[in-house]
Structure formats: structure tokens, C-alpha cells
Design a protein around this ligand. Structure first.
Ligand SMILES: *Cc1c(COP(=O)(O)O)cnc(C)c1O
Length: 412
């Protein structure tokens, strides 16, 4: 199905792939027979090719033979060690401030609840009406539990939250502002240092949800004074379905904020088995119970690749992929009435590009059947999620052309 109209676009994509300094990493990911374009790495990253072998070795050498001894030898400290590694590789966070645990939803609850209780004079939580549902639902739950008032931001749906939007609602009553770094729908990238500073201006705490930015956008949580952050590891960190989340708590707030699910793993001495709870006072206090060790395995190979590439290198490739997607959109999709629902400027955009058309629900179903896998977001958006280390420029163009072909033929 080569259409001579497409030669120039495909030629450009091939040239960009040939010049891509990270192209060797494409081979590190497992083959997916029948899939010609995987454009949903921002929802579920692909497995690395060596995962089956690593899982088998884990069962044999770490679990099967040492048995319970592996807790002492390596697993007790894994949530903190892996947290430090994510912090160093992707967050700009010094050691001792990040842990791997639970799911993003559970960690959001723990941190929001802790921040809500931090200062009795501060009774408002600021959240965004377009944020991912779990973030909004959890804030509603925390507000119901604590009697706090929710203040909703309603920013521009394509360009996302600005400093001025935040300044307009925060005050001496604000306890916490909780926002996504990259908008899960539009891909808009928020000004993390600017917004964090505006929130600190009124003495409130700032929490960032990094689900759509960790592993693809460089950030400096320490230097930018971020108080709290959470993120997924199954999106751009390729940890596999349901791999645990991570939380960052600035050192100055450790031992000050108290998260509500104070299980034995958050206690000062896990094995004291004493009569009363004594909190650990360090980052481990964010844990609750036994960590999901098996699910922490797959992300480690992806962290290796990001370290080799550097997060800045990953970002450069991401911008190259999303720029190409936007150029291809201009050439072949805009003429068909498709709308661009992401910022045009790569500096203001995360790792995905969203496009809109009333027929996209049906088009997506057709594309999936044909091995072209973007995702659909209500009401009429297709997200082209371009995970930089596992996605080529040719794959990106293949996806955009498949959308055009489906719309042109009306066959969906
Ligand atoms: C993916 C995502 C989540 C997912 O939360 P889980 O608890 O892992 O299901 C939460 N927030 C945002 C912004 C997301 O993009």
C-alpha cells in the first residue's frame, strides 16, 4: 500500500531515523507480531526483549533458592533504592526522597491526605477540572473526609494550566495545589518551576502528578522546590501492567507530613513489633505494607536505557517524533477536517500528540484491528503516544497515514 503522495513524508521519516542517535535501542524491545505501529507507549510501555529471561532468573535465583533470605539480602531496601534511581535518572531528585510503592491512585491519596492535614488554617485544595479522573476523584474523597473546600481550575483545554490561572485561585487559605505536569489529553506541558513558585508565594504546598512526564521530560524537583510528586512506572518507564508507582516527598517535609495508611513498613523499626506505632520519619514513612517486588523488575531495564540515552537525549528524540507527527498532521489530516488538540510548540508539549475528529471512535477500532495502535480519548480524540526509545519516525508516519486512509476511504 504505497501511495506516491506519501513518498516525501516517508523519506523524511527514514532520514530522521537514520540520523537518530538512539535508534539502536529500538531493537531492545520485544517484537509484537501483527503490530505495525504502536502509538500507545504513553499508556502501557512495551516490554524489553530480555524480560522473560530476567523474570525466569528472578524466580530461580532470587526467590526460589535464597527464599526468605532475599528479603534481608536485597528486597527490604528495594523500594528506596529504586526510588533513588528514578529520582536520579528522571526527576532531578537527590537520594532519600523517592519511594516505589502501591499504585499512583493510592499514593495520591496518601500525599493529598497528608498535605490536607498539614495546617489547620488552610482549608482549600486546588485541582484542575480536566485532570485525569483518579486525581479528581481522590481530591473529592479527601475533601469529603476532611471538610476542605475544592477550588477548581478550568484552563484552556489545549494549552493547559498557566501561572496566571493558578495565581487567580490561590490564597492564604490554600493548603495544596495538585496538578499534572503533562496533561493526559492534550499533552500540554505545565510550567513546573513557575507554578510551584506561585504556589509557594501564598505559602501552600505543591504536588505534581508525573504520570505522563516521567521518563520523557527532564525535570529538577529539588531545584524547583517541589513539595510532593507521584507518578506511574508502566507508561514511559515500561514497568509492565500494574507495576507500582513512585512518590517524592521533599526532605524538609519528611517526618512533618503524616500519610494516613500507617502500616508496619512505615514504622521506625519494621521488626520491633511493638505495642504502638512510631513513624520512621524518613522517606520510608510513605510505605504501608509489603512491597510488590516482582513488579519492580521490568522497569529496571528501561531505567538502564534511559541512563544510557540520558533524559535530555530521550526528550530530544521525543520532540523530533512529535514535531514530525504535527507536520504530517498539517499535510494529510488538517485537510480532512481533523483538529490539532495539542500545543504546536514542542517546548510546550509532552510526549504525545492528540488529534480530534467526530469519527475517531470508529476509526480507532478499525486501526486496532489492522495492527495500528493509538488510543482513543472521549469524546473524539486520538492520542498518538510516541514513547521515544521504542518508537521510530517511520512508525509515527505509518500511524498518521493509516488515520488518513481510514478517514478517506470511509471504511471503519
Ligand atoms: C495513568 C495515570 C494515572 C493512573 O493511576 P493508577 O493508580 O496507576 O491507575 C493517574 N494519574 C494520571 C495523571 C495518569 O495519567
Amino acid at each position: 500500500m504505497t501511495d506516491p503522495r506519501d513518498d516525501a513524508l516517508l523519506e523524511r521519516a527514514r532520514a530522521l531515523d537514520a540520523a537518530d542517535p538512539l535508534r539502536a535501542h529500538l531493537d531492545a524491545f520485544a517484537d509484537a507480531p501483527g503490530v505495525t505501529a504502536y502509538l500507545d507507549g504513553n499508556s502501557l510501555g512495551r516490554p524489553l526483549r530480555d524480560i522473560p529471561e530476567k523474570l525466569a532468573a528472578f524466580v530461580r535465583d532470587d526467590w526460589g533458592t535464597p527464599l526468605i533470605r532475599s528479603w534481608d539480602e536485597q528486597w527490604m531496601t528495594l523500594p528506596m533504592e529504586l526510588g533513588d534511581r528514578i529520582g536520579r535518572t528522571a526527576l532531578g531528585a537527590a537520594a532519600g526522597q523517592t519511594v516505589v510503592a502501591d499504585s499512583t491512585s493510592v499514593l495520591i491519596y496518601k500525599l493529598m491526605r497528608a498535605a490536607a492535614a498539614a495546617d489547620a488554617d488552610r482549608t482549600e485544595l486546588v485541582i484542575e477540572a480536566g485532570n485525569f479522573p483518579t486525581d479528581r476523584f481522590l481530591a473529592e474523597g479527601v475533601a469529603a473526609e476532611t471538610g476542605m473546600t475544592l477550588r477548581w481550575l478550568e484552563p484552556d483545554p489545549v494549552h493547559g494550566v498557566t501561572i496566571a490561572d493558578v495565581e487567580a485561585v490561590v490564597s492564604a487559605r490554600t493548603a495544596l495545589v495538585s496538578l499534572s505536569h503533562v496533561d493526559y489529553r492534550s499533552g500540554a506541558l505545565a510550567d513546573m518551576p513557575g507554578i510551584t513558585a506561585a504556589v509557594h508565594e501564598v505559602g501552600a504546598l505543591m504536588m505534581w502528578d508525573l504520570c505522563h512526564s516521567v521518563g520523557v521530560i527532564p525535570m529538577q524537583l529539588d531545584d524547583w522546590g517541589v513539595d510532593l510528586a507521584v507518578g506511574c512506572t508502566y507508561k514511559y518507564l515500561n514497568g509492565g501492567p500494574g507495576s507500582p508507582a513512585f512518590a517524592y516527598l521533599r526532605r524538609g517535609l519528611q517526618g512533618v507530613l503524616r500519610q494516613p495508611i500507617q502500616g508496619w513498613w512505615s514504622a521506625a523499626d519494621i521488626f520491633a513489633m511493638g505495642p504502638a506505632y512510631v513513624p520512621s520519619g524518613d522517606i520510608r514513612q510513605l510505605l504501608s505494607g509489603t512491597p510488590p517486588v516482582t513488579s519492580m523488575l521490568a522497569m529496571q531495564g528501561m531505567l538502564d536505557l534511559i541512563e544510557q540515552s540520558t533524559i535530555e537525549g530521550v526528550r530530544a528524540k521525543s520532540q523530533s517524533l512529535t514535531d514530525l507527527a504535527v507536520r504530517a498532521y498539517d499535510e494529510v489530516l488538517a485537510p480532512l477536517g481533523v483538529r490539532l488538540l495539542s500545543p504546536r510548540d514542542a517546548e510546550l508539549r509532552g510526549g504525545h500528540v492528540t488529534i480530534g475528529h467526530p469519527d475517531f471512535r470508529d476509526v480507532t477500532r478499525r486501526l486496532w484491528a489492522d495492527g495500528i495502535i493509538p488510543d482513543f480519548r472521549f469524546p473524539d480524540g486520538i492520542r498518538l503516544g510516541l514513547s521515544p526509545l521504542s518508537t521510530s519516525h517511520v512508525e509515527t508516519i505509518t500511524g498518521v497515514l493509516a488515520v488518513r486512509d481510514a478517514l478517506e476511504s470511509g471504511d471503519f
